[in-house]
Design a protein around this ligand. Sequence first.
Ligand SMILES: *Cc1c(COP(=O)(O)O)cnc(C)c1O
Length: 228
Amino acid sequence: MICANLEAVREKIAAAARKYGRDPDEIKLLAVSKRMNVDAVREAWLCGQRLFGENFVQEAREKIALLDHPVTWHFIGHLQSNKAAAAAQLFHMIETVDRMKIAAALDRHAGRLGRTLDILVQVNTGLEAQKSGIEPQNAEQFVRELGTLHNLRVVGLMTMPPFSADPEQSRPYFRTLRGLADTLKAKKLFADNSNVIVSMGMSNDFAVAVEEGATLVRVGTAIFGERV
Ligand SMILES: *Cc1c(COP(=O)(O)O)cnc(C)c1O
């Protein structure tokens, strides 16, 4: 089941990319395994999936300990300062950096571990009061400030638009994020301006995200089924 779902998601990504004249290979699929057990991760791995996302540090730690496969992990949840040390150790990328305090903590811990950590800046494109993320108009200043933290590499932007059952409702927010990424890229503010990551799109709207320029989509339910 997971294999068939993965295949269907990959096909949809490719179709959306081609429709908009994009190379399907430039879009990466993050399989969001939160609240799924390690067997589900193994099954997806056996179907060729290597990139996984988790929302909680403790849950990820348990799964990572049980897996002997080489897997690339992204953290996509709300990160608290007291979890920064563990996150800097367990994850290859933190997608949800939105305040200096957490960035400084990640930088410090990455330095201690003798590594550099890739991060994305989470942008609150919908300007929702209850949602994490920096407001679009403050993103450039924040990315510039992050440039002073030498153990972090800002490799792109991430967003989670206001929830709607209609994927078309997400389109303007995806467009905002892509536009912002292009602006910051033109100012050479990313660690690698020839390969800027734009993380947007979930199970119900990833095709629209690809149409609007996503280079990374984060898909859980459409791969693993409903979370219980
Ligand atoms: C849970 C989650 C996803 C995946 O959601 P689905 O609707 O299950 O695909 C993607 N991104 C973030 C930040 C999430 O928390």
